[in-house]
Write a protein that binds this ligand. Structure first.
Ligand code: HEM
Length: 68
């Protein structure tokens, strides 16, 4: 498996993980103030999604620039 493959696969699963952490926030809402661990749980997968997403976005342009 190439690095690019691995990053795409990780990005896909991070999307699922982010969705679960957001759902956990909504699920916790009826039970009073949400603990900070749940409130801030989406930030880690979101940061990793941003990094891997930007990598996937810019990779084709960087490769093109390398060739020309
Ligand atoms: C935070 C900033 C994000 C950026 C910059 C970003 C960027 C990208 C890029 C460039 C691709 C590749 C598109 C292509 O095929 O050319 C992609 C794929 C994808 N992204 Fe994101 N993304 C972000 C966040 C998210 C989030 C929040 C989710 C879901 C909750 C998500 C889920 C996915 C999925 C499922 C794919 C398809 C991956 C695959 O091919 O298996 N992304 N994203």
């Amino acid at each position: 498996m190439t690095l690019h493959h691995w990053i795409r696969q990780t990005h896909r699963w991070l999307g699922i993980f982010l969705t679960l952490t957001v759902l956990a926030n909504f699920a916790a809402m009826p039970f009073g103030p949400t603990p900070p661990a749940i409130t801030y749980a989406p930030l880690a997968p979101l940061a990793l999604l941003l990094a891997s997403g930007l990598y996937m976005f810019f990779r084709p342009y960087l490769r093109k620039a390398e060739r020309s």
